[in-house]
Design a protein around this ligand. Structure first.
Ligand SMILES: Nc1nc2c(ncn2[C@@H]2O[C@H](COP(=O)(O)OP(=O)(O)OP(=O)(O)O)[C@@H](O)[C@H]2O)c(=O)[nH]1
Length: 413
């Protein structure tokens, strides 16, 4: 293991870890660039946090502590970060581990969660700030994608310290509870402890991370996801040491006078399922959830608190996403124009119809008026005719004597 010029440790893996499966979780384009993952570990001193990280990534990120670290009981909590670049089958992973030494180790642990929450939110703030800046193409993403919370293997139930931490942090990070050093408990004790922890989680309405099941997941994926979920909280054992089993196998594990606890044996502990979720199947999902749900919620709340709207801040520029966004906006514009044109056309048709109807009514009214006028004229003419006829008739009744005389006169001439 050697630290590079940028302070990042270049380290070799001792065996297959599983993040080379990342390309299957992500688009091929990202393969060349490499992947990054930021994980936080929280728990009291000596619960096996560094051992578990070393075991998860099968490397020595944390040097083995020869002397137990003594903590100043009045000191405040520290937040430390280790970055390592690891490579597996040509796939690079930049791993950031955020450690929180001192958590729960002080005389008064009431506010132990505060500096950790501040650190999580400060990372969101840094991201938000970069989103708002001019140089958004080069955003450094230091957001925490998963937080492993180590529960002491007391076998009782969650302590106030655990509940308070989980309650405060769960809305901001993918919180993954693990029972530390589970080899110190019997199988029955682990099962009963898990149940009590889950009861406390439900009772306190703590939204821990649970891998989602999607509608279009095939049967195998659903079964695999359910299998992982059924192990929460993961009862883990950490060790990067090789031990020899009674049947002669060399395994990573812990040796006891009564036998060997194998790290990678699913019958012995839940390490394999935790690694599967964190590294092999759900790393991208954890990152997606952090970015799209946890960060977006924080961002919205921050903007609302400062009286700004979501739209006021431009989001991270991703060329592909930006093109897609432009295409959608363009299509929306076209659809709107088409719709507007349809409306205008409909309006014009309606106006024309109304006009036609109006002139039809006017024509009808004129026609009626003219017919009535003609009727009236006809009635008047009929009346005149009748009057004339009656005059003629009465005149004819009075006339006959005179023509007789005239004719007679004529005859006698
Ligand atoms: N029985 C048992 N011991 C473990 C396990 N994991 C780690 N240890 C031992 O516990 C001791 C502390 O482990 P670390 O990994 O240094 O614990 P830590 O939480 O990182 O401790 P700090 O750095 O002090 O916060 C070491 O002696 C480990 O060998 C485990 O799963 N089971």
């Amino acid at each position: 293991m050697a630290a590079g010029a940028n302070g990042i440790i270049q380290t070799k893996l001792n065996a297959f870890v599983g993040f080379s499966n990342l390309p299957n979780q992500h688009h091929r384009r990202s393969v060349k660039k490499g992947f990054h993952f930021t994980i936080m570990v929280v728990g009291e001193s000596g619960l096996g946090k560094s051992t578990l990280i070393n075991t998860l990534f099968n490397t020595t990120l944390y040097p083995e502590k020869k002397v137990p670290i003594t903590t100043d009981l009045n000191k405040s909590l520290d937040i430390q970060e280790i970055s390592a670049e690891i490579e597996e089958s040509g796939v690079k992973l930049r791993l950031n581990v955020i450690d929180t030494p001192g958590f729960g180790d002080f005389i008064n642990n009431e506010d132990s969660w505060k500096p950790i929450l501040r650190s999580v939110e400060a990372r969101y703030d840094a991201y938000l700030e970069q989103e708002q800046s001019q140089h958004r193409a080069k955003i450094t993403d230091n957001r925490i994608h998963a937080c492993l919370y180590f529960i002491a293997p007391t076998g009782h139930s969650l302590r106030q310290l655990d509940i308070e931490f989980m309650r405060r942090l769960a809305p901001r990070v993918n919180l993954i509870p693990v029972i530390a050093k589970s080899d110190t408990l019997t199988d029955e004790e682990v099962a009963a402890f898990k149940q009590r922890i889950l009861d406390d989680i439900i009772f306190n309405k703590i939204e821990i991370y649970r891998p989602p099941v999607y509608e279009d997941d095939d049967e195998d994926t659903v079964a695999e996801t359910n299998e992982i979920t059924s192990k929460i909280p993961f009862a883990v054992v950490g060790s990067n040491k090789d031990v020899t089993t009674s049947d002669g196998r060399t395994v990573r594990g812990r040796a006891y006078p009564w036998g060997i606890i194998e790290v990678d044996n699913e019958d012995h502990n839940d390490f394999v399922k935790l690694r599967q979720m964190l590294i092999r199947t759900h790393m991208e999902e954890l990152k997606r959830f952090t970015s799209e749900v946890l960060y977006e919620t924080y961002r919205t709340q921050r903007l609302e608190a400062s009286g700004r709207t979501q739209e006021a801040i431009p989001k991270e520029i991703n060329p592909a996403a930006s093109l897609e966004e432009q295409r959608i906006v363009h299509e929306q514009k076209l659809a709107k124009m088409e719709n507007d044109m349809k409306l205008v056309f409909q309006q014009k048709v309606q106006e024309k119809e109304a006009k036609l109807k109006q002139s039809e009514e006017e024509l009808y009214a004129r026609h009626k008026e003219m017919r009535e006028a003609l009727e009236k004229q006809r009635a008047e003419l009929e009346d005149k005719k009748r009057k004339l006829e009656s005059l003629v008739h009465s005149a004819s009744l009075m006339k006959p004597a005179t023509p007789e005389k005239t004719r007679k006169k004529g005859i006698f001439k």
